[in-house]
Design a protein around this ligand. Structure first.
Ligand code: 13P
Ligand code: SF4
Length: 302
């Protein structure tokens, strides 16, 4: 097996040769985050995919993120190094189910979380991420909103709007597992630490947090906060960025078990191989991509 620094050197060389950029989500393995041009949350990575120069985007994340990049940058080759890296939540709503829901609520807007397939985005009025979900829901003109697929994020948004939010029944296998007991235990071990959680957590966990934010929102909060101790209620990959970017701050996981196995599938060897072969490539059929793009661009325009 090649050691990490040799692989990293090889990747940087290939990246130049291919005129590629590497985007990594905050939950990626530390060594993958370290070779990325940008490590960020879903919103930052979507914006980067839309704006960045280069011929190739190597997307170190999960399927829906690479699909979003392919929709926003159809002229670029978008690679998902680990082809089986998927988000189970994104599979919890289908385009057919959503079309049926629309017939039941004809006056409602459909807001889809970015953690959805391109087919579902194509059926939606506007997309959102965890960083802007409240803003997006408040921006639609309808008074009723079908929110897919994350019930926890939907319920979180409902706290900040006068609109009627109809949350779907999806959830994240990682965040939905946190319990109020996890918060109580972590606070006992680290009394005085500020509790930060992702809005994909259950309402009863959110109720016990001091602050709720997207993954990059959590990093910004830790950087700016006067305190030095934080309990982090999101996937543990974020701890690498926090350690790198927030010297002098101590961040503890709300649960060591909060691991997204799909986010951990991408290895340096996968990234190298993707740059050598320009595979696996993610593409979206044009007809779907055009409609999905409308929903994503409405979000980016806000
Ligand atoms: P962020 O957009 O906050 O990075 O979240 C993406 C995600 O999949 C969280 O589980
Ligand atoms: Fe999907 Fe949850 Fe993994 Fe995020 S952490 S990619 S929502 S399963």
């Amino acid at each position: 097996m090649q050691d990490a620094s040799m692989l990293q050197d090889e990747i940087l060389h290939l990246k130049k040769k291919r005129n590629a950029i590497i985007l990594a989500h905050n939950y990626q393995r530390p060594e993958v985050q370290d070779i990325a041009d940008i490590t960020g949350d879903s919103l930052e990575l979507a914006r980067a995919a839309a704006a960045m120069a280069g011929n190739v985007i190597v997307f170190c994340g999960v399927d829906f993120m690479a699909e979003t990049a392919a929709i926003l940058a159809p002229e670029k080759t978008v690679l998902l190094p680990a082809i089986d890296a998927c988000c189970p939540m994104a599979g919890m709503v289908t385009a057919d189910e959503l079309r049926f829901a629309r017939t039941r609520h004809p006056g409602a807007a459909v807001v889809c979380y970015v953690n959805t397939t391109a087919d579902v985005k194509a059926e939606s009025d506007i997309c959102c991420t965890s960083a802007n979900a409240v803003k997006v829901v408040n921006a639609v003109s309808e008074d009723e909103v079908i929110f897919v697929p994350d019930k926890n994020l939907g319920q979180y948004v409902a706290r900040f709007t006068k609109k009627t939010v109809l949350p779907w029944e999806g959830f994240c296998l990682v965040h939905d597992r946190y319990t109020p007991d996890d918060v109580a235990r972590a606070k006992q071990v680290h009394p005085g630490a500020v509790v930060l959680v992702h809005p994909e957590c259950r309402p009863e966990v959110i109720d016990r947090a001091d602050h709720v934010a997207s993954t990059s929102g959590i990093v910004s909060h830790v950087k700016a906060a006067p305190g030095t101790e934080f309990i982090i209620g999101t996937e543990i990959g974020i701890l690498h960025r926090l350690a790198k970017e927030c010297p002098g701050k101590h961040c503890y996981p709300l649960s060591e078990k909060a691991v997204c196995v799909n986010m951990k599938k991408t290895t340096l060897a996968h990234v190298r191989d993707a740059l050598v072969t320009l595979r696996p490539r993610i593409t979206v059929p044009k007809e779907t991509a055009v409609r999905a793009r409308d929903a994503i661009e409405r979000m980016l325009a806000l």
